[in-house]
Each structure stands twice: as structure tokens, then as C-alpha cells.
Design a protein around this ligand. Structure first.
Ligand SMILES: [Zn+2]
Length: 334
């Protein structure tokens, strides 16, 4: 089965995924604490306009406004959980509408699926089967709305990844898995990039692509990708870093990365072997445009070493960004 994403991957040297939804929606008036998914019905025109801005900036893949769209997460807001299927279906429909209006029919709609917010047994209350059920409902809504691929992101434990994959597999859609390594080079649940990569490579039905997203800044994301990719495997790797480090200021998260910084990051990720490159929290259409321009302008270079990454992007942030990053993710995609 050749999907829309597969044909992009076969015909392009690199594929640009989009930037943040949450951060940009806050700048468009979304209130801290309000679920971004409610805007799928309350302000569909704003969601469409943000998608169109990302497409205009050069995104080949756009992620739907459904990151927090599992029933478990929606139930924090009375009345929303029973709209789970509809919210996710609508999210995919709005992305398609934006593509139609922009006239770039090759753009891929990726159905975003983020953590349920609950931890898994034995540490937390959720069994893998319960997690899978929650993800399945979301996946089916996204599929009904026409998502081309399911995008399982910001995950942090093998149990959570298994649940998300099982949920995704209740549809016919291919899926992508990305993990957030934001705690001293590991996920907050202690999963390392190599453990994650080895586990994925052992799956009978593998994701179409896998890698890292969000996290503690571009140098750290680069380091985790270096660890994931070093085994010289033909994997399709994803790099979707935050635009710098989240810092909590005056009631909101702000990100330190400039468009120029994200442009350097994008080129280094490409040279390192990432095939799908994008931004996570803090990445605006302006950042994305700078990334696309830089990728188009600069010929492919040698695989950078960790020393080159640090020289170009700055030193590893590791623990210093832990707390802010965790708070940012635990709340909402910021
Ligand atoms: Zn993020």
C-alpha cells in the first residue's frame, strides 16, 4: 500500500513537518488551561488559518489539532469526553479544508495523538489495554475525518507507546511514533533513545517513521537522534524539536529559539540523517519558513558530530530544562 506520506518520502530528499499548534493558538487568543481541541468547533476558521500559515511557510505535513483528544484527557473538562470521536474527526476535516483552500493537495494530514495524561501500571492507574482503548477511539475519529497517517507523539514509556500503537492499529492507517527525551537524555519515565529504537526495530509491524519530538532544546534533541540513528539502519527518522527551551514567564511558556536557530537545527538534522524535520512547541510559521529556506539553500553535508552540534546549536541543556519542559507537557502542548 503506497500512502500519501510514503510517496512524499520516496520522491523528496527531506520532508518538512509543521510547527506548534498550542503555542500559536495561545498567541491567537486561546486561554491557558483551555483545551485547544475545543477550537475545532468554537473557532474552526482560526484552526484552518493556522494550518494554512504552516502550509504557506512550506510544511509538507500538517498535524491535526487533536493532541489532547483522548477521552482521558478531555474528561478534565466537563462535557467534552463524550465528544471525543467528533472532536478528532473534526480536527482531521479542518486540516483537509486548509489544504483544499491552500491548493497544495500533496500536503499530508497527520492525526496527532498525544499522551492520555495518565501513567501506566504499575506506577500509575492505567493498563495498556485501557490506554489502547482510549487511543483507539481517538484514532478512529481521526481516520473518519480523513487523516492520511496517525502521528503518535510526545510519548514517554514503552507501555504508553504500546497502547498508542494498539489504538492506531484499529484503523488501516500507517503510523509514526515520536518520543520526548526531556530528562537528562531520557524520557521522564526513564526510556533512553537506544532502548526506544531497539524496541521499535523489533516490532513485527513497524511505524512508517520514528524519532524524537518536543524535549529540552535543539542540541538535546539532536543528541537523542544521534543515539537513535547510529546503528546504520535504513529507518526513516523524525526530528521535531521545540524552538529552544521553554521558560515560564508571566503565566505562559516562552521559547528561546529564533528562526535562524531553527534553520541551523533543520540543516543539521537533515545532515544527521533525519528525513522528516519539523518543529514542536514554540515553532511559528516564521520559524518554519526559515527552516525550509535553509534546507533548500544548503547542500547536504557530512553527518555532524556531537561537538559540531554543540558548536552550532549550543551546549546540551539536559537537567536544567527538565522542570519547565515537564510542566509544559503535563499541562498542554504549549
Ligand atoms: Zn512540544
Amino acid at each position: 500500500m503506497s500512502t500519501k506520506l510514503q510517496s512524499l518520502l520516496e520522491t523528496q530528499a527531506w520532508v518538512l513537518a509543521d510547527g506548534a499548534l498550542g503555542t500559536n493558538l495561545f498567541s491567537m487568543g486561546l486561554k491557558q488551561g483551555d483545551p485547544p481541541e475545543t477550537w475545532n468547533t468554537a473557532h474552526p476558521e482560526k484552526i484552518i488559518s493556522l494550518h494554512k500559515a504552516m502550509i504557506e511557510a512550506g510544511a509538507d505535513i500538517i498535524l491535526t489539532n487533536s493532541f489532547g483528544g483522548t477521552r482521558n484527557r478531555l474528561k478534565l473538562h466537563p462535557g467534552l469526553e463524550d465528544q471525543c470521536f467528533a472532536i478528532n474527526k473534526r480536527a482531521a476535516e479542518l486540516a483537509h479544508q486548509a489544504i483544499k483552500e491552500s491548493g497544495k493537495e500533496s500536503v499530508v494530514v497527520a492525526g496527532s495523538m498525544g499522551p492520555t495524561g495518565d501513567l501506566y501500571e504499575p506506577i500509575g492507574p492505567l493498563s495498556i489495554a485501557e490506554g489502547a482503548k482510549a487511543f483507539a477511539e481517538q484514532a478512529q475519529g481521526l481516520a473518519a475525518g480523513g487523516a492520511d497517517v496517525l502521528w503518535l507523539e510526545t510519548l514517554s514509556s514503552l507501555e504508553e507507546i504500546q497502547a498508542a500503537i494498539q489504538g492506531a492499529e484499529t484503523t488501516e492507517l500507517p503510523f509514526v511514533v515520536t518520543v520526548s527525551f526531556d530528562s537528562n537524555g531520557k524520557t521522564m519515565m526513564g526510556l533512553s533513545p537506544t532502548e526506544f529504537a531497539d524496541w521499535v526495530r523489533g516490532l513485527s509491524k513497524k511505524p512508517i517513521a520514528f524519532g524524537a519530538n518536543c524535549g529540552s532544546g535543539t542540541p538535546d534533541l539532536a543528541a537523542s537522534l544521534l543515539a537513535i540513528g547510529k546503528q546504520n539502519q535504513p529507518d526513516i527518522l523524525v526530528a521535531k524539536s521545540n524552538a529552544g527551551i521553554p521558560q515560564y514567564k508571566d503565566g505562559e511558556f516562552v521559547f528561546s529559539g529564533t528562526p535562524e536557530h531553527m534553520a541551523r537545527y533543520a540543516v543539521l538534522m537533515r545532515d544527521m540523517g533525519a528525513k522528516i524535520i519539523g518543529g514542536c512547541c514554540g515553532t511559528s510559521p516564521e520559524h518554519l519558513k526559515a527552516m525550509r529556506d535553509a534546507l533548500e539553500r544548503s547542500p547536504k553535508g557530512e553527518t555532524p558530530s556531537l561537538e559540531t552540534i554543540v558548536a552550532e546549536l549550543g551546549s546540551l541543556n539536559l537537567a536544567k530544562a527538565d522542570k519547565a519542559s515537564r510542566e509544559s507537557r503535563r499541562g498542554r502542548r504549549a
